[in-house]
Ligand binder design. Structure first.
Ligand code: BV8
Ligand code: ZN
Length: 246
């Protein structure tokens, strides 16, 4: 299985990866839908929405501050680092992530397409002016935008909100061009991100999924590895490096 995939990768020049919360699970960041998941106490619609922010901005900020603090204490895991290495085996490579945790950049990936923003960036909830990185926000005294007085919010994409146009457009373009497309650590349920693997497959890519649990993609994938990304990806890289060295 893995040898066959390594063989295919060696003969392809265009690769793309879509990651979800699962790639950060082994760093200790709770996923969205796992039992200890971020949504444990709340429903996604409750918190990651503009409605929730308008209704109770302090609760939304408490949740993001808790996540910022939690993510601030963790390190990228071997899965993140392996993806930095994987880039070398392709002439053109795109790393597309649904995660807002910044761990791909921390691991050294240079070009990361962040479909859903970045938890450390702040922006105005009215005029979307981006504010300086990661200023801590006190939920009891949420700052307002100098330009328009709008409340400051995290620069992430909430349910019902558009994804950054340029980012999602590039992501679809890369999915269409990919010869090998990896879907790693995502339940493949949130759109439009979840359609990227389908677009790649339809355009003729070899679809690879790495996820300990089955998802709607698993039966579609050419290779489905029921495994942890932090274990599977380093194994794949070792194989690729062995092949490259002789
Ligand atoms: C939009 C940022 C409208 C914020 C996030 C009905 C049908 C279809 C679509 C919809 C619908 N109703 C509503 C919609 C649209 C909605 C949507 O798709 N809803 C879903 C719930 C059905 N989408 C939106 O609202 C999007 N916007 O559509 O705009 C529009 C359209 C036109 C014009 C104007 C407006 C915006 C979606 C973005 C929401 N923001 N995050 C924040 O983080 O706070 S979503 C968030 O959850 C993540 O970013 C991610 O995208 C998503 C899914 O999470 P995953 O990453 O997949 O994580 P999850 O926990 O689910 O799964 C983890 C996986 O890892 C598991 O499978 C697990 O087995 C695996 N795993 C665990 N350990 C490991 C592992 N894998 C590998 N190794 C391990 N060790
Ligand atoms: Zn403003």
């Amino acid at each position: 299985m893995l040898e066959k995939l390594a063989e295919i990768i060696t003969n392809c020049s265009n690769g793309a990866v879509l990651t979800g919360a699962g790639i950060s699970a082994e760093s200790g960041v709770p996923t969205f839908r796992g039992k200890e998941g971020l949504w444990g106490k709340f429903r996604p619609e409750q918190l990651a929405t503009m409605e929730a922010f308008i209704a109770s901005p302090e609760i939304v900020w408490e949740w993001y501050n808790w996540r910022r603090q939690l993510i601030g204490e963790v390190q990228p895991n071997p899965g993140h680092y392996a993806l930095c290495e994987l880039e070398r085996f392709f002439d053109s490579f795109a790393l597309i992530t649904q995660n807002v945790d910044n761990l791909h950049r921390l691991a050294g990936s240079t070009r990361v397409l962040e479909l859903h923003g970045n938890i450390y960036r702040n922006k105005c909830s009215q005029c979307s002016t981006i504010l300086d990185e990661g200023v801590d926000i006190d939920p009891a005294a949420i700052p307002v935008c100098e330009k328009c007085g709008g409340k400051i919010r995290p620069d992430v994409v909430w349910f019902g909100e558009m994804l950054p146009e340029d980012v999602i457009n590039e992501a679809f373009a890369r999915a269409e061009q990919a010869e090998v497309f990896f879907s790693i650590g995502t339940s493949a349920m949130v759109h439009p991100a979840a359609s990227l693997p389908l677009v790649a497959k339809r355009a003729g890519a070899t679809l690879v999924e790495i996820n300990p649990e089955e998802t709607p993609l698993s039966h579609l994938a050419d290779f489905y590895f029921p495994a942890k990304s932090g274990e599977m990806l380093p194994e794949l890289l070792t194989l690729l490096e062995q092949r490259a060295s002789h």
